[in-house]
Design a protein around this ligand. Sequence first.
Ligand SMILES: Cc1cc2nc3c(=O)[nH]c(=O)nc-3n(C[C@H](O)[C@H](O)[C@H](O)COP(=O)(O)O)c2cc1C
Length: 576
Amino acid sequence: MASDRLPLVVGPGPLERARRLEGDASPEQVVVAYHERTKHHFHRFAASLGYMDWATQPNPFRRYVGTDLVRLPLPKAGCPLPYWQLYAMGTVPPEPLSVESVSLFFRYALSLTAWKRFHETTWSLRANPSSGDLHPTEGYAVLPAIEGLGDTAAVYHYAPREHALERRAVVDAKSWRELIAPFPDGSFLVGLSSVHWREAWKYGERAFRYCQHDVGHALATMRIAAAALGWRLVLLDGVGDVVVSRLLGLGRHEDFGEAEREEPELLALIAPELSPTVPRGLNGVTTDSAGVRWQGRANTLSPEHSIEWPVIDEVSWATRRSGVSITEDFSRLPTEEELFGRPVCQGLLTSEKAILGRRSAMAMDGSTAISQAAFFRMLARLIPTHDGRSLPWDAIPWRPRIHLGPFVHRVDGLPPGLYALPRDPDKLAALKEVMRREFRWLRVPNCPLGLPLYLLQEGDCQALAARVSCGQDIAGDGAFSLGMIADYMDSLTTYGAGFYRNLFWEAGMVGQVLYLEAEEAGVRSTGIGCYFDDPVHEVFGIASREWQSLYHFTVGGPVEDVRLTTLPAYGREPER
Ligand SMILES: Cc1cc2nc3c(=O)[nH]c(=O)nc-3n(C[C@H](O)[C@H](O)[C@H](O)COP(=O)(O)O)c2cc1C
């Protein structure tokens, strides 16, 4: 749709700049050029300011000044729902839509989980992780009238510091009915946007990638939060970015003024049950109609921007989507039984502990090993099942395009070395073809039938893993780390330049499952966005530009930083 190429948010500035910069380049060419220029190399990092300009550090909390702030009742601690049950589809009875259930949803998806203090400095952590803890992702919901929340339908922005919803727009009953008509009873919508500046302030040109990773993590936290309430969630990939922007009020120039803009990312549908044929578009309904009353002005996040990164506007423009629902056949993926052997129905943690207790390890101890069973289970969670109903993969309609290259350091009974896990069995041959000829591709013995885990090469790869992860020891000192290799050019060719974002989302979702699985296994993990792109390709012998490394992750025994004080997320006394 040509109209979706119109500037969404900031008037003609970035689009014109993008056109000037790239001439007649196609969106796919813009993406490829962006990806190449934002690679980290041993001898040169992607362009960034190079130092922290503390005077312009962005505020991590967006507020819409002048909106009604509806505080959500903080869910009582101690919910007994076991973590494993989140994945046992159909075993959690759907909660009715109420202010309490909406509150629990946001608590598990996007809320603060702690404040940390070191001397005079405090910072907050959230259920969703974020590169550099900069949190570019903003959350929204479009909800019906709910007692205790509002007596009309409304568009809300989530304010994590307050655990509250800001009522950005009041939606009249007719507009709400039209909006929600195609969907099952009890449905509502959630949305995500990105403030690029928050990441660009620190990471410069590579920031767009990190914003997309963070969206993927948040999409997974939302899917998992919905599961804790017995709800389903599916990405509305049939909704174009223009509509997302209008629906969430992101394009309202008058409400932003000089404040940093938000890039529309996605809209998702939440409902107690979803059939595979539920529409994933919106019939062109938007909330800029007469039945919608907007309120509030976005706060400014930095007093000034010392530098702009036009290439981010350019790649944002090139990756905007017009809204096309993807349909793919999952029937060749494994069954749950093939992945896990027998059903997982016990575990260490409650959902609450895993979700709210999730933390990134700042350092790994270089000694903790994990059991083979734990390793296999973590990896099995990363593979969608053939019925398309496994969590969180049921939220996205495409088959895996992110494949894994584990660096195994300390897994009981497995030789250390380089491994491969094609997340889609049909990609095995292509991965063999593109990777180093001398790799052995030995099927790992004892591993469940449906888990396509292969040993490529034995050997100690701790130093190698750390070296290609920007020299970060966490990649070598864990039980294992892994590179995420994207089926890159084929994805862009099949689904267009906009799918560049989806690839990062999928990588972020893989990361989020690993974060939670590590908690459940009694260890910790950390996302690694800083890695040397082409040296990672070199490790796997990938010479073709068709496949690209998009993210790294490490899992292992954490070393706690005892200098830090932990404070509760919301208004209680400090924990010792
Ligand atoms: C996309 C992404 C990339 C990250 N990259 C790194 C990294 O390269 N090195 C690192 O030590 N931590 C990295 N992290 C971890 C973040 O620093 C961490 O999520 C953030 O400080 C918030 O802490 P929390 O995860 O404990 O909530 C990354 C996290 C994400 C989501």
